[in-house]
Design a protein around this ligand. Structure first.
Ligand SMILES: C[S@@+](CC[C@H](N)C(=O)[O-])C[C@H]1O[C@@H](n2cnc3c(N)ncnc32)[C@H](O)[C@@H]1O
Length: 149
């Protein structure tokens, strides 16, 4: 299981995903450009001292990610999702991809995905925070594939 963030805008969300990556032992891929300077103090604060425990790869853009990304299905988490998380069956080498905070993932990213998954919400709610979605998705993926504990 791997995490991938498409052009994140908010450093604290990347920091929280660095911490997820460190705590669960999964690689993190960040697809640039990001909406902030990568050495942003807010990101370092959010990651606390988990940075050295996390393995993060930065990709210059979507094309670079497409060339260099790890093998495995690209599983896009999106509010325009098709399969509810409760029905989705993960594979151990899935790459869990999340869109940017301001605009989600563009159509070409939706088109490239092997699967699109939605975390079901109350009808009146629009979306979850990016790093909260990543935590829910990763936990369920690891639980299904025996990666917890
Ligand atoms: C704050 S949301 C983006 C909101 C954006 N305005 C949109 O409509 O897509 C940031 C990312 O978190 C993930 N996300 C948030 N809520 C989700 C949900 N209920 N199901 C699946 N993914 C979700 C998606 O990857 C989304 O691109």
């Amino acid at each position: 299981m791997r995490l991938a963030l498409f052009q994140p805008d908010i450093p604290q969300n990347v920091g929280a995903c660095i911490r997820l990556s460190a705590c669960f032992g999964v690689d993190l891929h960040v697809i640039e450009p990001t909406g902030f300077r990568f050495d942003d103090r807010a990101m370092k604060r959010a990651a606390l001292d988990y940075g050295p425990l996390s393995h993060m790869t930065r990709h210059a853009d979507w094309e670079a990610f497409q060339t260099d990304r790890p093998a495995g299905r690209l599983v896009l988490f999106t509010t325009r999702g098709a399969t509810p998380l409760t029905d989705f069956v993960f594979q151990p080498d899935d790459v869990l991809l999340f869109g940017k905070e301001s605009a989600g993932a563009p159509d070409y990213v939706h088109a490239a995905a092997d699967a699109r998954v939605v975390v079901p919400l109350r009808p009146q709610a629009r979306s979850l925070n990016l790093s909260v979605t990543a935590g829910i998705a990763l936990w369920e993926g690891l639980r299904q594939t025996g990666g917890i504990g």
